[in-house]
Write a protein of this length. Structure first.
Length: 344
């Protein structure tokens, strides 16, 4: 039987995910939706021609017996409340990042999930499903470049709006690198430092942009991450791991090469939707298949959401102090033993 999704938050990414579940993937249907903007929720049901109930809020949606998995794509501050209610009802949850906006909130979720007794939650850290990152991880795990020593990466968005604040560079944007980099090299973070290069004149008054983040891991790997969210030219994600015997680099997204007007070039993507479309498809198909075939999700867990949040908090402290901030990570409980993706 298909997995019945109830969607909480039918905004930009909620609509994207609804389209992929109904049009691209197999094994699941959208059976219910809700949004604080009820008109928006009703309109998307009509637009996609879905046989889905429109509920007044997340509580009513979670109590709908047709809903077996809750897709949380509301804005970040609303995630924790919905995830906790879904766990209490024993329903599976796919929650977009962040798991919750505070590490205390993430801890409450981790505690509730363990008390409930089995893994129910997967967090939307889709880069672990991107074929480029997976190829890099396979090479590192197979010792192809020897011991990793350094990492260099960039997370560039063409521009951001007025609501984007300096801390969001860590909590909304770098959060993807925070999750991906330690997974890639199989190590834990020890410290984080933020430095500010010359500010771009394209950044709004209130925003510090670009920023450079330096992580050190427990084994001594140094990782430099550039966050530049007004870079103008495109959505550009770069990553390179330098090892004792070689280097692996994230592949560029293929695009048609051209020669025109004296230029030899390639187009650069402009948004995360296109850059990570395949990764989003893969993460959802894995979530659906794991639940349908094995009875629980196996992708990034609420523990991964929690340690990303603890690391993000240290990053925000480092933005203010401009000093090296220690990252105190709790031990991983047996309940959150390594997932298949991490073992592969
Ligand atoms: P959005 O503002 O377009 O959509 C959010 C929707 O949630 C809105 O329609 C809003 O009305 C609704 N909403 C808010 N609070 C609600 C509540 N309590 N109950 C029901 N509905 C509620 O936002 P978005 O860009 O779609 O982002 C949503 C989430 O997705 C965020 O957590 C964001 O961090 C995440 N996101 C992840 C990625 C990624 O690359 N993985 C990319 C974009 C967004
Ligand atoms: P959005 O603002 O377009 O959509 C959010 C929707 O949630 C809105 O329609 C809003 O009305 C609704 N909403 C808010 N609170 C709600 C609540 N309590 N109950 C029900 N509905 C509620 O936002 P967007 O861009 O879709 O982002 C949503 C989430 O997705 C965020 O957590 C964001 O971090 C994450 N995201 C993840 C990305 C990724 O790369 N994985 C990319 C973009 C966003
Ligand atoms: C957004 O929420 C995302 O998750 C995107 O992947 C990221 O590139 C962007 O900076 C965030 O705002």
């Amino acid at each position: 039987m298909n997995l019945g999704f109830g969607v909480v938050g039918t905004g930009a990414i909620g609509q994207e995910h609804m389209k992929r579940i109904t049009r691209k993937l197999t094994g699941a249907d959208i059976v219910a939706v809700t949004d604080v903007n009820q008109e928006l929720a009703g309109n998307i049901v009509k637009e996609l021609n879905l046989n889905a109930s429109v509920h007044k809020d997340d509580t009513e949606l979670i109590n709908d017996p047709n809903v077996k998995a809750v897709l949380v794509t509301s804005w970040g501050p609303a995630h924790e409340g919905t995830v906790l209610k879904a766990i209490e009802a024993g329903k599976f949850v796919f929650v977009e990042k962040p798991l919750a906006t505070t590490s205390e909130g993430c801890e409450r979720i981790v505690t509730a999930e363990q008390e409930q007794g089995k893994r129910l939650v997967q967090v939307g850290f889709m880069r672990r499903y991107d074929s480029g990152y997976l190829q890099m991880k396979e090479a590192i795990d197979n010792n192809f470049i020897g011991e990793p020593l350094m990492v260099r990466c960039s997370h560039r968005n063409p521009e951001v709006g007025e609501r984007y604040t300096t801390d969001m560079a860590i909590l909304d944007t770098l959060i993807h690198e925070i999750d991906t980099l330690h997974w890639l090299v199989g190590d834990d973070y020890k410290s984080i430092q933020v430095t500010y290069p010359k500010k771009s004149s394209r950044a709004l008054e209130h925003l510090k942009d670009p920023q450079i983040v330096t992580f050190e891991t427990k084994s001594g790997i140094i990782m430099h991450a550039e966050i530049f969210v007004n870079c103008q030219f495109g959505y550009d994600i770069q990553c390179e791991v330098i090892g004792e015997e070689g280097v692996v680099k994230l592949p560029e997204v293929p695009s048609v090469g051209y020669r025109k007007d004296g230029v030899r070039g390639y187009k650069i993507l402009q948004d995360w939707q296109h850059r990570f479309n395949d990764a989003f498809n893969n993460e959802f198909q894995d979530f659906i298949d794991s639940i349908n075939q094995k009875g629980e999700p196996q992708g990034p867990s609420s523990w991964d959401g929690y340690i990303a949040s603890v690391t993000g908090d240290a990053g925000v402290r480092a933005q203010t102090s401009e000093q090296v901030e220690v990252i105190e990570l709790p031990d991983r409980p047996d309940f959150y033993k390594k997932t298949k993706l991490e073992e592969s």
